[in-house]
Design a protein around this ligand. Structure first.
Ligand SMILES: [Zn+2]
Length: 328
């Protein structure tokens, strides 16, 4: 178990430093293991300014500032995925399901729409993001064996509309819109205080975190080599964090800590319903030996609904699913 680490480790001090120095960082994250309690950080960091009255999230509503996050403006010119997406030209008439699901996947036995989404909110405008036309465009695998390079930065990063005040979290366009729907629907289902706490994390931020980790261990008396080894055992090495993909997000119930979130009603709801929004629980409790990361009930990864549903139904982690796809 001590070889497992969390992708989201960050000391309280670092988190604070990041919040001050790097506005795109500042993830209030910590190890799940008890040994890591010293690193536990909660989203209550802002509670001091915003007591327990529920508006604390001060979610920026989509109507509040449509211009800044208007997806259409970034959509046309960006990634390869968009170029194949005809919906961008006329969002009004979108009806992804009806287009041609059968013709594109003859080999699978899965019926196209054999499930009920049962949304309480009207998410029809989000549908094209939840179930993207570019079905296979979001399956990027990022882990210690498949790190991202220093220069990897998605071209369609978009500021999250539904974010905490003062934060500038970004995700790739489709993941961000899907997250918006995910959070909206979670609140309609009793998860009143769900909020994202960390999204896109650039390479240099990971590097900053890792270097500080090494520095801390060296100050405790370790040699540089020992410190690097120790840091690698519990912190994602630069390039190995899935957050760099712009497709991963950490969400928490406002006021929860990473170590107390697991097992809550909110965590259970998110895990059971994430596929409807195109997300998977990236580091499940019983897949630690494969992912090499501890259970992270707060960390969700966008892959699009088609694959999210299959991953959910087959009870796989992304590593297993990618292999499954390669063999089938
Ligand atoms: Zn995470």
């Amino acid at each position: 178990m001590n070889t497992l680490k969390t992708t989201d480790k960050m000391t309280a001090a670092l988190s604070l430093l990041c919040a001050l120095a790097l506005t795109s960082c500042g993830a209030p994250e910590a190890r799940q293991t008890t040994a890591a309690d010293e690193t536990a950080v909660t989203v209550t960091e802002t509670v001091t300014e915003q007591p327990e009255t529920l508006p604390p999230l001060s979610i920026v509503s989509e109507t509040a500032e449509p211009e800044t996050t208007e997806p259409e403006t970034t959509e046309p010119e960006t990634t390869e995925s968009e170029t194949t997406d005809p919906e961008t030209t006329d969002p009004e008439t979108t009806e992804p399901e009806t287009t041609e699901p059968e013709t594109t996947e003859p080999e699978t036995t899965e019926p196209a729409a054999s499930y009920e989404l049962g949304f309480k909110e009207d998410l029809s405008e989000y549908e094209k993001y939840l179930d993207p036309e570019d079905r296979d465009g979001y399956l990027l695998l990022v882990n210690p064996e498949h790190p991202l390079g220093r220069d990897y930065k998605p071209s369609d990063l978009t500021l999250l509309t539904d974010r905490r005040e003062g934060r500038k979290d970004e995700l790739r366009l489709y993941a961000g819109k899907a997250l918006e729907a995910f959070l909206m629907e979670s609140r309609a289902n009793g998860c009143k205080r769900m909020t994202s706490v960390s999204a896109y994390r650039p390479y240099n931020t990971q590097e900053y975190i890792f270097d500080n980790e090494v520095k801390g261990y060296m100050e405790e008396g370790m040699t540089r080599e020992e410190a690097i080894k120790k840091a690698r055992s519990d912190t994602a090495y630069p390039g190995e964090s899935e957050h760099q993909s712009g497709l991963a997000v950490d969400v928490l119930d406002y006021g929860s800590t990473l170590s107390t979130f697991g097992g809550t009603f909110e965590a259970e709801w998110l895990a059971a319903n994430c596929w409807k929004f195109g997300f998977i629980l990236r580091y499940p409790e019983d897949k630690e030996s494969i992912t090499t990361y501890v259970y992270e009930p707060w960390h969700f990864r966008y892959v699009g609904r088609y694959h999210a549903k299959r991953i959910f139904d087959m009870h796989m982690c992304l590593e297993e699913y990618i292999e499954y796809l390669a063999n089938n």
